[in-house]
Design a protein around this ligand. Structure first.
Ligand code: NAG
Ligand code: NAG
Ligand code: NAG
Length: 512
């Protein structure tokens, strides 16, 4: 996003812990000495707002003790990540899937200050296919936002206050389509600096798959590249369950299932955004001026639902006064956060909370969020009465206008980002069971985690059954899988990271 240029100058002056830079989904930050390298329209000054998320405050060793306690991924990890194989020979990296930013980046072998993550760092020197990018004429119409020793660099700040920086490479990323494995050259950031949640998280890095190339670097996302190369149709879908999920790339809606898809038009082509006009609870409108819902975006990199203050107040009031068992307070479960509302309850109780319905322009049918989506489970400390669990409201105050549909409320549906036709489709799905072969998108492609062994060896492209060995090929790893949790210290950073939001707030001026 060109708007990244606007925010760049201010970064040096404001503490990223307290200020969010607005204007694009992931803000590219340039160092002082490279400002002149960046072209792009002059933008008005960014609006600054306090960070709403509790950023992780370092000290990953605090996390280790609690690894065994991890239960749900929303509480413990706060993100969904996929295994991505990069380079030749390939090395595996677990990357957060973020529909709100456009940079794909992993910790670099040369990084001495990076946190401890799930996998070893990416070493471009060991990959036969890696190419470093010079500052002049980077490929794919990119713009180097920083220049270090003549190498193209990147720096991205995220809403919750963390930042990554490093050098830009291109390298092979491995995919599969059920019949063949293939690699394509993608832009990969090799970071030599990471702060905040990025440092403490289990996942190695991030894969941004936003709607447009955002930020000063304007790097094409893996989806942009696959579309350009005509490897996939210009669409993808994700499906998030409590502990796992799936990401498929390309494909077309199976004709026999077309009727199941609820389509909503994207509000514009720059973001995965929807025109929300009303929110109702049990059929009762919140009666909030629809302009306050402007900029309702689909963002897998944000953990929860963020609502404008008026709407949030209505939902909170409901959740704190209308409990199925009577006095809400009798079941209150205290956490360390004042704005987290949790109760111990039985499933037969929590399912009785009303349905939240989101009404959008362009569809008569609202999107229904059941309590399974707008609440989430946390692990209780100490014993609870039989059959009880602790569930909390998965919505928070955005503190200003705009709505973020974060991962929690995107659960239990296959969500199709049909970029070609500017629309978003929703299909109720058991996302813990879905597979590429049962996705609503037929003939899809997915990230392959079959990393070739040995020098420069290519993936085995001849044997389809070898390519689909089991769940890991296409699954997104959440915290509960056991897969993501094992190693890194960060697992408990985890708990704090649960409120992570990788996405700066959209620019108000832009949206209204
Ligand atoms: C999937 O690909 C096959 C073979 O190319 C084609 O016959 C079929 O129509 C495709 N299915 C869909 C739903 O696009
Ligand atoms: C294909 O892969 C499967 C599973 O790894 C293996 O059992 C089979 O022998 C392979 N077939 C060929 C032709 O390589
Ligand atoms: C989580 O955040 C709180 C408050 O910022 C901090 O005191 C605590 O040490 C953090 N815990 C972990 C495990 O990082």
């Amino acid at each position: 996003m060109a708007a990244g240029a606007a925010t760049r100058r201010n970064v040096g002056r404001v503490s990223p812990t307290w200020w969010v830079l607005l204007g694009s989904l992931a803000v590219q930050v340039a160092s002082k000495d490279s400002d002149d390298l960046v072209r792009g329209p002059v933008q008005p000054s960014p609006i600054r707002v306090p960070v709403l998320r509790r950023a992780y405050d370092g000290a990953p060793e605090h996390g280790r003790r609690l690894v065994g306690e991890i239960s749900g991924n929303l509480e413990t990890l706060g993100y969904y990540a996929a295994n991505v194989c990069i380079g030749s020979p390939g090395s595996m990296h677990q990357l957060i899937i973020d529909t709100g930013s456009s940079m794909t980046a992993v910790p670099c072998a040369t990084c001495t200050t990076c946190g401890r993550h799930k996998n070893p760092k990416y070493n471009p020197v060991r990959s036969l296919t890696s190419k470093r990018l010079g500052c002049k004429n980077p490929p794919f119409h990119m713009r180097c936002s920083r220049c270090e020793n003549t190498q193209c660099g990147y720096a991205v700040s995220y809403t919750e206050g963390s930042q990554i920086r490093g050098a830009v490479f291109t390298d092979h990323v491995h995919f599969g389509d059920g019949l063949t494995a293939f690699t394509e050259r993608m832009v990969v950031g090799c970071q030599t600096h990471e702060t905040g949640l990025f440092k403490g998280q289990v996942a190695d890095g991030i894969m941004g798959i936003s709607a447009t190339r955002s930020g000063g670097l304007a790097s094409p996302t893996p989806i942009d590249r696959l579309v350009e190369l005509r490897r996939i149709q210009n669409t993808f879908s994700f499906c998030l369950a409590d502990h796992t999920g799936q990401l498929v790339l390309g494909g077309t809606v199976r004709p026999e299932r077309a009727a199941e898809v609820q389509w909503l038009p994207m509000r514009d082509q720059k973001f995965y955004s929807l025109a929300l006009n009303d929110i109702q609870l049990d059929g009762q409108s919140f009666r909030v001026d629809r302009r306050k819902y402007a900029a309702t975006i689909i963002d897998t990199g944000t953990t929860f639902l963020y609502l404008p203050p008026d709407a949030y107040r209505r939902l909170k009031e409901y959740f704190t006064t209308r409990c199925p068992w009577g006095a809400c307070v009798s079941r209150k479960y205290r956490t360390r956060y004042n704005d987290e509302f949790c109760y111990s309850m039985r499933q037969s109780e929590w399912v009785q909370f009303a349905t939240l319905s989101l009404h959008f322009d362009g569809s008569h049918q609202p999107l229904h969020l059941s309590p399974a989506e707008y609440t989430y489970e946390i692990k209780a400390k100490g014993a609870l009465p039989a059959a009880m669990t602790v569930r909390c409201l998965a919505a928070f105050d955005n503190k200003h206008n705009g709505v973020v549909l974060g991962a929690a409320v995107l659960r239990n549906r296959e969500v199709i980002l049909d970029r070609a036709n500017g629309r978003v489709g929703f299909v109720r799905t058991d996302c813990a069971r879905v597979q590429p072969s049962t996705s609503i998108l037929a003939n899809n492609t997915f990230l392959s985690d079959r990393c070739g062994q040995g020098r420069g060896r290519k993936l085995d492209v001849s044997n389809a059954s070898a390519l689909v060995p089991g769940k890991l090929v296409y699954q997104l790893a959440g915290g509960g899988t056991g897969d993501a949790v094992g190693s890194a210290a960060a697992a408990l950073a985890a708990h704090n990271a649960s409120r992570r939001a990788l996405r700066p707030q959209p620019d108000r001026a832009r949206w209204q």
